[in-house]
Every structure is written in structure tokens, then in C-alpha cells.
Design a protein around this ligand. Sequence first.
Ligand SMILES: NC(=O)c1ccc[n+]([C@@H]2O[C@H](COP(=O)([O-])OP(=O)(O)OC[C@H]3O[C@@H](n4cnc5c(N)ncnc54)[C@H](O)[C@@H]3O)[C@@H](O)[C@H]2O)c1
Length: 434
Amino acid sequence: MKLCMIGTGYVGLVSGTCFADIGNQVICADKNQDKIKKLKSGISPIYEPGLNELIKKNYLAKRLSFTTDIKQAITSSDIVFICVGTPTKKGSLNVDLSYVYKCCKEILKYTKKKKILVTKSTVPVGTGDEIEKIFKKKKSLFTVISNPEFLREGEAIRDFKYPDRIVVGSNEKKIFSTMRKLYSPLISKGSKFFTTSRRGAELIKYASNAFLATKITFINELANLCEKSEVNVEDISLGIGSDSRIGGRFLRAGPAYGGSCFPKDTKGLVSTAEKYKINLSVVKSVIKSNSERVNLLTYRIHKILGSNLKNKRISFLGVTFKPNTDDMRDSTSLKMIPYLSKKGAIISYYDPSGEKKEFKNVKNCYFKNNIKNNCLDAHLIVLLTEWDEFKTIDFKKIVKNKNFKVYDLRNLYNINEMKRNKIEYYSVGRPLSN
Ligand SMILES: NC(=O)c1ccc[n+]([C@@H]2O[C@H](COP(=O)([O-])OP(=O)(O)OC[C@H]3O[C@@H](n4cnc5c(N)ncnc54)[C@H](O)[C@@H]3O)[C@@H](O)[C@H]2O)c1
């Protein structure tokens, strides 16, 4: 099939590349010239394991191409996927749909023959109806459907190729057979193909993200109780997660949830519900609890190092919101590091995905190019992101400063081993010894 992805970010690039890999002709279009230039020279603009290789393979096979020419992308395709961002509007909880609507106006301008228009971007329930209003002049040319994306950064290719379910929402049932055909290589490998109304699909995406955010927040709050009552939160996760009605995933206590989806989608769901005069009080308290968690974990550094942080050397291992991605959106580090810098601490960080522009103007904050250089003189090492290369660090060997401490926000290390090595060690929701 001939497809185009409008918006070549995490979702557009990964899904476009994977669609090409299952035999489709795909054009990835983006208005960002730098991004397209990089892609044309064989470099992925994002860090995503396996993506570079898959791009190269499909680019060389001439199934995948990149352009800034939106008109050409639209006119050459039968199915147009909207994959642009849907961030939170500044100063509110509302979803900023301006990128989606702008993109629809361009699609309208360039469309001369019948097309299926698919929103892959996460959009509030009812957005498809608004898009149809934009298209009303050429109504007969468009079928507007919803096919939300559930991939996770860091595991995006696997998630796209082996999804738990593919959700397609349309008010025209005849479109389901075309979409089933498009996804048939994934369906034949066992993925569930789930059809619903267009509004149903839009809401499923928000409900999924809000539910997962709730699970994380629930276990994070329980971790606070575990710390006070000397219980290991990992036992709680295992104990409740073994119940198939609950399920064990997304029950690891740690920092506040971050990333490009959960923070904005929980807010987006609450604000959409308010438009329908519905109070989603559970999701509201999840948002509040998550935002308080960033402060709670930051202030804990005072408990470890004392109230005066002036000239204290604090080294961060990982700053992205999770491993295997370079995405910094809503990462806990974005609040923690500037706060500690304001308090006079000297910050260093190492992240396998490289230096971050977000910290360029933060006073006394330095990027180090490996674990050893980063931790050498630390008073405190903060493990923020559980990249694989952090799992087996021999701290005693690499840190020169004798009385260094470790604050492990991902419960990556063994408490007893830390004790044996005489390292002052703090983690999340676990008693000081087992
Ligand atoms: N990132 C994820 O893990 C993820 C997962 C599932 C769903 N989503 C959803 O997918 C959507 C896209 O997310 P993302 O993370 O890929 O965003 P992103 O910011 O990485 O990419 C969006 C891209 O769209 C481009 N763009 C914006 N307007 C354009 C236009 N008019 N024409 C051409 N290009 C345009 C931007 O330049 C940018 O490259 C969002 O709605 C998001 O909620 C994201």
C-alpha cells in the first residue's frame, strides 16, 4: 500500500519504518528540515535501539523515503497518517491540537483523489468529528479514522511489530477490511485486531495511558508507606502483581512518571472530561501525586546530604525519563537538577544517549562522557535511569571520594551487597537491610 506519515518524530518515524519493513511504500514527511536532512544521509534523529539499521534497510530497498514536501507526500499516498505532536497547551490542562488541525488544512489543500486519513497522534475523544468539519468542502474524498499508537520509546520497534492489540476506530465499517489488510503481517503473528467507533478508539488510548499512570502512582505511594513501615515494596509488587486481575507490570516503585505521553495524556483526559462535565477524580489525584513525588524525591537529597548543598558534588547516572531513549520530555531530572544547582551543588551527569541541551544553561552542571569520569569525586551518586550499563558498576573501584553515598531511584542495586561494600545506600520503598 502507499502510505505517508505526516510528522516524522518518535511515532511517525518508527511506525513509517516498520510499515515499510512489512512491504509498504512509505513516505515520511516532516516540516523540520534538519530532521529530514539527517534521515536522508542515513542518520536517525532519535535514539531508538535497532531503528538506524531498519531505516537503512528499507531506504536502500526504496520502500522508505523522506521529504519536507508535504504536498508530494500526500498526493503520492492512499493512506495518510497524522503523527504530529499533541502537547499540553501552555498554562492549562488542555490538549494543543493546533499541529493536528494545521496538518489537516494542508491535507485538504493537496487532496484531489479519495484518501483514508488516519489519526495516529493521541487526540481527545471527538477530534475526528472536528477534523471532518475541516474537510467538509471535499467530504467525499476523505474517510477519517482513528488508529492510536501504543508503542513505548526504547522498545518501539518490538512494540510496533508485536503489539498486544491494534485498535482501529471508524464510523464506516467498510474501512476495517483495508486496515486489517495493512496490519495483516502483524495479525498473522498473533496480534489482536480490535475495531470500534472512531470516538471509542480515541478514548481507548487516553484510558490506557491514564490507567498505566495510575498503576505507577499507586505503587509509588505504597513505596512511601513501605519506607515508614519497614516493608520491602518489591514484595508488595510481587504479592499483588501475581494476581492475574492486577498483573505485575507497571508496578515498580521509582521516580515520578515522565516522558512524552503519561503527563500530557492524564492532563488531556481530565480536561476533555471536564468539557463533558465529568469529574475524573482518580486521574486528577494521580496527576497531583505524581507532581508531588518529584519534590519528595528531590527533598530527600537534603535528608541524605544535609540542608546545605553548597559545593556538594552530585553525580547523576541517567537523565532521560527511561532507558533506551534520548527523550527528555517531563523527566524527573528536569526539576531535580536545576533545583540542586540553585542550592549551590555541583552537578555532573552521564547519560548513554549523550549530552542534553536542557542543562546547557544550568549553573555548575557538566556532562561527563563515561561512568567513571562522572562518579570520580562524587559525594552523592543519584541513579535516575536504569540503563543496562549501570547495572554492574563497581562503585568502590571507580569513586575516589571515600565517603560517597548512593541514591538509587530505580532499586537497581542489592541492599546487602551495598552493605557488605560499606556504601551508604538509599533506595525507594525498601528497608535498609533485607
Ligand atoms: N512518543 C511516544 O512514545 C508516543 C507513543 C504513542 C503515541 N504518541 C503520540 O503520537 C504523537 C506524536 O508523538 P511523537 O512523540 O512522535 O512527537 P514528536 O514531537 O517526536 O514528533 C512530531 C513531529 O511532527 C512534526 N510536525 C509538526 N507539524 C507538522 C506539519 N504540519 N507537517 C509536517 N510535520 C509536522 C514535527 O516537526 C515533529 O518532528 C503524539 O500525539 C503522541 O502523544 C507518542
